[in-house]
Design a protein around this ligand. Structure first.
Ligand code: 6PG
Length: 246
């Protein structure tokens, strides 16, 4: 693996299209460096990554994703059925898994059950335990975790003012998000921090305020906890970066 410490953490692109292309190239470069070892990739949800996944399903990226043993995991999931319009799994299935014909054994969806969120969290932890290498603290190590950023500074489903922010024991945690009046499952900070690499994909003028709060004002927002970590990269379009000083 290339020593990514030497790489600049912040990358700004003129528009969403060039941002997606750069992100796709970065992910495929990392996968190709894996020398045909299983590559454990955690996908982010929401709307921003849709165009990235669609691009990854096209040439030349698709050959990297199908020609290497990439395992697709999720950073978080909404407590909805897998065919629900809000399901992160459904979005990835439609844009990535089906177009690429990814075999089921390489797809690891979270299965949140509103009636048993703790059980669903434990089930995902068991899958992580079985499939991922561990670091020296016994934490599962993703090769790359793709992350988004909410306007309130949440990432994955680690929302402000939730107990999930303080979860240090469990690898996967249920999160009740008051303002959404809904349950979610999320990887916890220890697992995000244990990953070999974190890659934030942030696009659009609607994120320029939270980017300023993180990078210029250093507000203590959830995503800010990952800012100081090495091997953490931020891929932004110009619209999201417009409030950053040069
Ligand atoms: C989710 C995501 C979440 C997302 C941000 C940004 O399940 O919603 O994992 O962390 O990345 O909310 O969402 P947008 O890309 O839709 O702005």
């Amino acid at each position: 693996m290339t020593d990514s410490h030497s790489e600049d953490p912040l990358h700004i692109y003129p528009d969403a299209q060039s941002l997606c292309q750069a992100c796709a190239e970065h992910i495929c470069r990392r996968i190709a460096q894996g020398d045909q070892q299983p590559f454990h990739l955690a996908l982010s949800g929401g709307s921003t990554p849709r165009s990235l996944y669609q691009r990854l399903a096209t040439a030349p990226y698709r050959e990297t994703l199908t020609g290497n043993p990439v395992h697709f995991w999720f950073g978080d999931e909404r407590a909805v059925p897998p065919d629900h319009p809000d399901s992160n799994y459904r979005m990835a299935r439609e844009t990535l898994f089906e177009p690429l014909g990814i075999p089921a054994e390489r797809i690891h969806p979270m299965r949140p059950l509103p009636e048993d969120m703790s059980g669903a969290a434990s089930a995902y932890e068991q899958a992580l335990e079985q499939c991922l290498d561990k670091n020296d603290r016994g934490l599962p190590r993703f090769d790359l975790v793709l992350l988004g950023l909410g306007p309130d500074g949440h990432t994955a489903s680690l929302f402000p003012d939730t107990d999930a922010l303080e979860e240090q024991h469990h690898w996967v945690t249920p999160v009740y998000v008051d303002k959404l009046a809904s349950w979610r499952l999320s990887l916890s900070f220890p697992v995000l921090e244990a990953a070999r690499e974190r890659l934030f994909l942030v696009a659009g003028a609607g994120k320029s305020g939270v980017i300023r709060q993180l990078f210029t004002e250093h507000r203590p927002l959830p995503a800010g906890r990952l800012l100081p970590l090495p091997d953490t990269f931020w891929f932004l379009d110009q619209a999201a970066a417009r409030e950053l000083s040069s």
